[in-house]
Design a protein around this ligand. Structure first.
Ligand code: GLY
Length: 341
């Protein structure tokens, strides 16, 4: 087991290579009552049952669980089972579950302990680490939430064996992103014939932990984690969420690399490397030409837009992020030509 320290509004450990059952038993020893939130499919698959001090909440699958209705049902059950200040919530599942569980913990009794147990690769390297918790609003994804760190993030890499090839690849997009913004070694490791997932997860979390520890509330440095995400979010939405987050970010990273070639002299080789590595994981790297007007509209509404200026994260070389503060729509359209199909 390896562990990484995150310094946010409180210090906590991300433990990589733990055993799920052992950790649950440990958490149960430390709290009078524990309330585990997980999608029904996972509860069935891992035969998780309630016990004397373990209560369970079964959520809908995927993004459908990040709603006010589900959160209200969680609060109602917290009240029914009598969850108090010293008790704890566990989020067991993908990023949607840990987002919901963390926000339930942030809001119940103005904040109780919570543990993140991510089961997807994207959850392990991104969603569960960094303390962003929340639900979706009718007006948009992740608009309601709180920065609220868990007591621990516990990563049992055996869960990776249960993921589909598509979900694994989508998670790899966030790993590859950490390589491009900060850690060249990740880019070497992802090109190995046999992937060392534990090392890749560990290195990606080290990148995220460093960034979050310097800028928890995303006033500047944390924005680098959004490499590929500005266009990525727009594509994800435009695909009506048929594309996985990582798949949309993959296209967004090629776009950000092309933009970086123009605005920060990113080398042709580095741009090509984006395409080759992402394609090796069967990740998409193009998007239909005719969707551009809609994408531009969505990009203009992105959370990173300041005073109507279109802002993007780029890189000037591998491991060197840069901020593009005011990119013209005409330039963006030209860059989109190079990634459209
Ligand atoms: N997923 C980007 C962040 O946590 O800031």
């Amino acid at each position: 087991m390896k562990s990484i320290n995150v310094k946010a509004e409180k210090n906590y450990q991300v433990k990589v290579g733990v055993d799920f059952a052992t950790e649950i038993a440990e958490i149960l020893k430390h709290h009078n009552k524990v309330f585990l939130i997980a999608p029904s499919s996972l509860l069935k698959k891992f035969k998780i049952k309630e016990s004397r001090n373990l209560s369970i909440f079964s959520t809908p699958e995927g993004e459908n669980q990040k709603t006010l209705t589900t959160l209200d049902r969680v609060w109602t059950k917290c009240a029914a089972i009598g969850i108090k200040r010293g008790d704890a919530i566990i989020g067991f599942g993908g990023g949607a579950t840990t987002d919901l569980a963390g926000f339930a913990a942030a809001t119940w009794l103005r904040g109780i302990s919570w543990y993140a147990f991510p089961t997807s690769l994207a959850g392990m390297v991104d969603a569960a680490v960094g303390g962003k918790t929340g639900i979706n609003a009718k007006s948009g994804k992740n608009l309601i939430g709180s920065f609220y760190s868990p007591s621990e993030v516990l990563i049992d890499t055996n869960f990776l064996g249960k993921l589909s090839a598509r979900d694994l690849s989508a998670g790899m997009a966030e790993v590859i992103k950490c390589g491009f913004i900060s850690d060249y070694k990740i880019l070497n490791l992802v090109q190995d014939e046999f992937l060392d997932y534990e090392e890749l997860i560990y290195r990606s979390i080290q990148v995220k932990a460093y960034v979050v520890s310097k800028d928890f509330k995303e006033s500047n440095l944390r924005e680098i984690l959004n490499y590929g995400h500005t266009l990525g979010h727009a594509i994800e939405k435009d695909s009506s969420y048929k594309l996985r987050h990582g798949e949309a970010v993959s296209i967004g990273m090629v776009f950000a690399a092309e933009l970086s070639r123009d605005l920060a002299n990113l080398s042709d080789d580095a741009v090509l490397m984006h395409r080759e590595i992402l394609q090796n994981f069967n990740l998409p790297i193009t998007y239909p030409k005719k969707r551009w007007p809609r994408l531009l509209q969505a990009v203009s509404k992105d959370k990173k837009v300041k005073q109507t200026k279109l802002r993007f994260i780029g890189i000037s070389k591998i491991g060197k992020p840069v901020w593009f503060e005011d990119v013209s729509p005409t330039h963006l359209s030209k860059v989109y030509e190079r990634i459209s199909s």
